[in-house]
Design a protein around this ligand. Structure first.
Ligand code: NAP
Length: 290
């Protein structure tokens, strides 16, 4: 580090278990940049000051995580179209006028699906969840060209809100909301083709690893390929049930990796080579164990 070292980092609350510093500093090392990435625990009350302070100190960019992905938006000088559509920002890049906001969760999931050979184009898609992660997942599913989308969420109103938000941007796509696995199964059986799924609830996350948001075996029999957005444990009960019924299942670590990779690409204006993917995943797994 010297006087020219550029600073980047994460802000959220809490940030204590984040693997982003390990990932970003490895990317900085691989690309030989004079930069360093840190993490700051910022509470909502201090968010505006943090953005102003970042600009005053010429911090080149931030990742933004819960609970600030929406409420940071008023403090930004501009927001790119994709992030505006999602109503959520997870990446800030410093410009002469201030910070510009981007969302890399959605392209991160799309790149992860591409890497694992899952495509939603022309397919039936089922999304479980209607929170922040589901918002990015629905964007990815619709942007990829799914033909029919079913949203399952415990609180049906939240699923309806999510649907309403995206209907405006994707008017031709059939979207339905249900609040239980049983209701979902009866709609899914209308189709002869199997469904691709994204599990975007927090159910099944460590330490509650014996839980799954959908319990009906019939549901899993209708699944072709699935991503569980959770990455701890490495194999969730949702993934185990999908595989037991003959489907393919992947966890959310690659989504996390590729959202970080995309942020890095935005900050440093370069393209990260896919040849580093497995090496970067190992770095993240190592950081998770600490
Ligand atoms: P969130 O906004 O709080 O949403 C939580 C979702 O889980 C809601 O749909 C909620 O349903 C549902 N849920 C929670 N407890 C439930 C239960 N007992 N039964 C049924 N449904 C339940 O959280 P989030 O930010 O979307 O995060 C969700 C998960 O995604 C977390 O595990 C997070 O770590 C993970 N994530 C992964 C990545 C990645 O890059 N891989 C990125 C972001 C998040 P209700 O609406 O009914 O409450």
């Amino acid at each position: 580090m010297d006087v020219n070292t550029k600073l980047y980092g994460l802000m959220g609350h809490p940030v204590g278990h984040s693997v982003s510093p390990a990932l970003q500093n490895e990317l900085i090392r691989l690309y030989g940049l004079n930069a360093v990435y840190l993490a700051w625990d910022v509470e909502t009350v201090g968010l505006e000051e943090a953005v102003k302070g970042g600009r005053a100190l010429s911090i080149g960019g931030f990742n933004v995580t819960v609970p600030h992905k929406k409420n940071i938006m008023p403090y930004l000088t501009d927001i790119d179209d994709a992030a505006r559509k999602l109503g959520s920002v997870n990446t800030l890049k410093l410009t002469a006028e201030g910070y510009v906001g981007y969302n890399t969760d959605m392209p991160g999931l799309m790149r992860a699906c591409g890497y694992d050979g899952i495509s939603f184009k022309g397919r039936n898609a089922v999304l479980i969840g209607a929170g922040g992660a589901a918002n990015a997942a629905l964007g990815a599913i619709l942007e990829s060209g799914a033909k029919r989308v079913l949203i399952i969420n415990r609180t049906r109103e939240r699923a309806e809100e999510l649907k309403k938000r995206f209907e405006t941007f994707y008017p031709g796509i059939r979207m339905e909301c249900v609040s239980s696995g049983a209701e979902a199964v009866s709609l899914m059986r209308e189709e002869t083709e199997k469904w691709n799924a994204v599990q975007a609830t927090s159910v099944g996350m460590f330490p509650d690893t014996e839980a799954a948001a959908v319990t009906e075996d019939a549901f899993y029999e209708l699944i072709d390929s699935a991503v569980d957005i959770i990455y701890n444990p490495e194999k969730t009960l949702f993934m185990k049930k999908t595989e037991a019924a003959g489907g393919k299942a992947y966890n959310g670590l690659k989504m996390l990796l590729f959202q970080g990779v995309r942020s890095f690409e935005i900050w440093h204006e370069l393209k990260v080579d896919d040849k580093y993917t497995e090496q970067l995943l190992d770095i993240m797994k190592g950081a998770m164990k600490k």
